[in-house]
Each structure stands twice: as structure tokens, then as C-alpha cells.
Design a protein around this ligand. Sequence first.
Ligand code: VAH
Length: 312
Amino acid sequence: RILIIGACGQIGTELTVYLRNKFGKTKVIASDIREGDDALMASGPFEILDATDYNAVEEVVMRHEITDVYLMAAMLSATAEKFPMKGWNLNMDSLFHVLNLAKDKKIDKVFWPSSIAVFGPSTPKVDTPQRTVMEPSTVYGISKQTGERWCEYYYNRYGVDVRSVRYPGLISYKTLPGGGTTDYAVDIYHKALKHKKYICFLKAETTLPMMFMDDAIQATVSIMESESEKIKIRNSYNLSAISFNPKEITASIQKHIPEFTISYEPDFRQAIADSWPQSIDDSEAQTDWGWKSKISLDEMTKIMLDNLRDKY
Ligand code: VAH
């Protein structure tokens, strides 16, 4: 059986739906610190679970006879800058609990998400390599870089089968924008439909690596279903799909809503975005386990607007 920790989050919400469709709803236990929306709660077994409480996590794992854990709970970049110690504790304690359950053979396999936030201001910004200088300047990035080191250590020292990808900014219509710096690219679609204008907290030319959620879910399931021998990188794989800036996503939206306008009021999140790469080299994920992104910026814009239109 599968346990998703953080099932109400941006990725967790869609991962729960996908895995329940694939394996059957009773095989996928959703959990989060608080209940999710009606659709999620009605779609299969749910546990209120504090990912930082080892005994609580162990109890759910044992009671449901869990074999695979997707640890999707985390505090994202912008929020973690407001609450550094809470962000560090949540992101790290939850990882240690799951890695230790795997070390003790109480679970067989772990998925843990890293992020392009592990890269910092000194990292090459274009086609960022899999292995390169990484001096992250955000709490979130530091926690993801440290988490990657621990994943690789538990694999090498204890044989823990943990797999990880460095997600770019993820865009989806099923959850509202959260505490991410890249979440401007989610909010802009809602605002385009509701107000036909958007005040962007990043500058027009701020290019960031992004990905539509369907691609991210495919990458997640694909790396987890690959034979262990194929997963040669056990800290975390670079993932790449699309790179764009606020000006470019605006042009994409204007193909559907010509009167849409954007204005710019950069805030503290500009410094976070400026510390991250603009584009990512994911050739090792392509080679090792056959990863390939599919959705372009214009395809994503059409999907987002088509699925949000009736909300506004
Ligand atoms: C964030 N969406 O903005 C996340 C992600 C690369 C960005 O890690 O914090």
C-alpha cells in the first residue's frame, strides 16, 4: 500500500487522485495535518497526520501495512523565509522519520521531492547541470540541499531505496497558489479570468524553470516505478520542462484574453527568484529512466484557462 504524506498540498492533491485511479482507492492512504476538500475526503482512506511526529507516522505506516511513502509535506520558499526554524524543522524532521522507517525495513520505498531551489546565486543559470556549485540562499533551498545529502547517505549506508527529483516551479489548476515564489504563474491565470489584470510580485524578465503538473506527476510515478538499478543518482535528479518569465506567460494568456494586462510590483520574492536558475539540464533523468516532458507553455495556458474559466 501507498501512503501520501502532505496529500492536501499542490503536488499531493494531484498525486493522490492519479495513484488512486491507477492502483485503486483502498491501496492509497492520503494524509495531511488537516482534512482536505470534499472530493479528496470522499475518494478514499484519509489520516490526519503530523509528519514531524515519528510515532504518529510509524503508527499509520504499521496499521495500513504501507510499503511505499511519498513524502510531499514541506514549507515552500516564500513561507519558509517568514518562519525559518518552522520551515527547517518540518522539511527535515519529516524526512528523517520516513528515512528511518525505511532503514528499519518498516517501508520498502520512499519518494522525496527536491527542488531547483537547491541551486543558488553562484550556480550557472542557463542549462544548470546535474552536478554543479550549489550555494542556496533560502531556508527552503538549504533544507532541500541537506535533504538530498541525507537521501544519498541513507541509500549508500543503509540501502534505503529513496528516489528524488528536483521539481521546477509547478503549475496546476486543482489547487490555489501557495507559499511558493513560482506561484505567481498559478495566480496569474486566476486573476486573468477574474479581473483581466494581474499585479506581479516578480519583474517582467524573471525567467524561471517551470512545469505543468501533469508532467510532474508523470516524472514522479515514472522514477518510482523504474527498476532500482536504473536510478543511478540517489541525491536528486534535475527535471526540466519549460522556462518562461512573467512577460512571456502574459503573451501566452493574451492569445486567449487579448485585453489581459499585467503590472509589476516586485517584493521580497524577487530576491528568491533571482537566486535560482533560468533553465535546467535534465539529460541524466532522460538517460537513466526515460524522462521526457510533454506540455509547452501555450498548451499549459490553454489547459489552465479551460479548467478555471467556469470558476469566474
Ligand atoms: C517554491 N514552488 O516556489 C516551489 C518550488 C522551485 C520552486 O520549489 O518554493
